[in-house]
Design a protein around this ligand. Sequence first.
Ligand code: NAI
Length: 326
Amino acid sequence: MKTVAFFDTKIYDKESFLKFGNDDINIRFFENKLNKDTVSMAACCDAVCAFVNDSIDKDVIEQLEKFGVGLVAMRCAGYNNVDLKAARGRVRIVRVPAYSPYAVAEHAVGMILLLNRKLHRAYIRTRDHNFSLEGLTGFDLHGKTVGVIGTGKIGRAFCEIAKGFGMNILGFDPYKSDEFDGDYVNLDELLSKSDIITLHCPLTKENRHIINAQTVSKMKQGVFIINTSRGKLIDTQALIDGLKSGKIGAAGLDVYEEETSLFFEDFSEEIIHDDTLSTLISMPNVLVTSHQAFLTREALNAIADTTMKNFEDYFSGRELKNEIKI
Ligand code: NAI
């Protein structure tokens, strides 16, 4: 029997992983996030399962190696929270490269619809028997231009939906895909021509703060910015400045630069000590969701299924198809 330490467990994780469980693999579910203070919980385990806000840094990797933990299975696609250099030769890393691009793409579209048609305000108004339409004017998506930064699986799933709305699609991606159904342009052209910009690229050293004061200055007046990828793609202060000046018409954020200690947890009884996030949340044209774009039944099942197969492959000494090569 092999044992896996499962960090940052939520009820929905447990349900899906128990459904795809395997009698030869014992999963120890921990609610704590994985970091240097909690890594000792993985002692005596054979592998670890981690998520987007766990910190698999050098200290954690050194400890895992000491405990004889040979595998970190990320139950997500992104792996910017893993120190790959430190992991080399010490711990192998696998991930779930694709589970449901539709889940994330549909969430991005949901954010656009809500912000544009002000559904969040309409919902509150009618519950208060206020049937006025003042201030609820939106615009037709039909005929507008959406700029997609990152035309991989999620970006292309987003484009399929945007096509259905009759939108013009511009794409920017250093690695072009034949399956992209839009026009590839350089970043400057995308910034200057898009009514809506949506981020679907991974976070890398090169594209940290790809949305910054300079790139915002190149955008159309009133542009919508949607980020369902990673918080650090956006310089939050530049976003706030753009929202305050009216250059940015609305922002839909499923991710946030400093989300690690906040997202996925309930602080409704407490005061949040993050004034930047509080400023964003206070704006009527900003929608913040707490990294929930992936959260559909289909995605959770696919994540659990692939992750369990990753464990089975590792424990049986088979090739790791989803290994991150380092
Ligand atoms: P993918 O690997 O299929 O596509 C990513 C695309 O981004 C690739 O075509 C790549 O060439 C492109 N890219 C890389 N660097 C770029 C840059 N600097 N500028 C423009 N394009 C660039 O990945 P997938 O599955 O589409 O996921 C995209 C991202 O979505 C993930 O990396 C992750 O950060 C995020 N994500 C967020 C979730 C959420 O719940 N909010 C859930 C799943 C993924």
